[in-house]
Design a binder for this molecule. Structure first.
Ligand code: SF4
Ligand code: SF4
Length: 229
């Protein structure tokens, strides 16, 4: 009980409110594999933990992965390197250009896992960045435009608004989802054990995430979104 209370105390004071709609958006976001975010110079910043994952995926040592796939980070972020860019499009060296797929998808760096809805830049004032060249974002915006007036979604929003305990449980589940997505499986299971919250069915979770996202984010600006990919 004390363990649960201290977790809830830590959770309510340390985790910023702005993180939850970002996680909810990432849960419902679907990548369309257009490959756009894997092109361009110096985007994919990797740290030691990322290098270990890349090494695992390629069956080589982290130092071999560092030499083969990375360059020094021009931004000089502490302990970080950037993935090499190659070819005329300056594609990430781990992108299968023909198939437009990441060759190490299950072991991809954390920065790639959080794109595009989780905002890695804590200084950025926008809670969510709707990237104009991401095909998945274009479809996400279209889906939001259709769903924001859907009576079932409105009912789900009302249900969440009326039940504070359900809302709190959803925030914890969002955090658990994030920890899992970042590979912190044991930590995620520990949170479920401490709080007694079990992950719901995938379809129910997706529905709650959509309702939560639409109840926390203003959607008036969506109509100005233009896909430029
Ligand atoms: S590691 Fe994979 S997901 Fe990340 S930029 Fe490279 S190809 Fe894209
Ligand atoms: S730009 Fe968007 S849709 Fe395209 S590969 Fe990246 S995340 Fe997926």
């Amino acid at each position: 009980m004390i363990e649960k209370e201290s977790f809830l105390q830590w959770f309510s004071t340390e985790i910023p409110e702005t993180l939850f709609p970002q996680i909810a958006a990432q849960v419902i976001f679907r990548c369309e594999n257009c490959g756009e975010c894997c092109r361009g110079e110096g985007y994919a910043l990797v740290d030691e933990a990322d290098l270990q994952e890349i090494a695992k995926a390629q069956g080589i040592s982290p130092s071999q992965a560092r030499a083969r796939f990375t360059n020094p980070d021009p931004g000089k972020n502490a302990g970080c390197r950037i993935l090499k860019s190659i070819g005329p499009d300056r594609s990430c060296c781990l992108l299968d250009v023909q198939a437009k797929r990441c060759m190490i998808y299950r072991h991809r760096p954390r920065i790639c896992r959080t794109f595009p809805m989780l905002n890695a830049d804590t200084e950025c004032e926008e809670i969510i960045c709707f990237y104009s060249d991401c095909l998945g974002t274009a479809k996400f915006v279209k889906m939001l435009q259709e769903k924001r007036c859907d009576p079932q979604v409105q009912k789900d929003i009302e249900d969440l608004t009326r039940h504070a305990e359900r809302l709190e449980a959803l925030r914890i589940l969002l955090f658990v989802w994030l920890r899992r997505m970042m590979g912190k499986i044991e930590e995620a299971e520990q949170i479920c054990r401490i709080t007694g919250i079990s992950p719901p069915l995938e379809s129910a979770f997706q529905r709650d995430c959509l309702a939560y996202f639409l109840m926390t984010i203003k959607t008036d600006g969506l109509d100005e979104y233009q896909y430029e990919g």
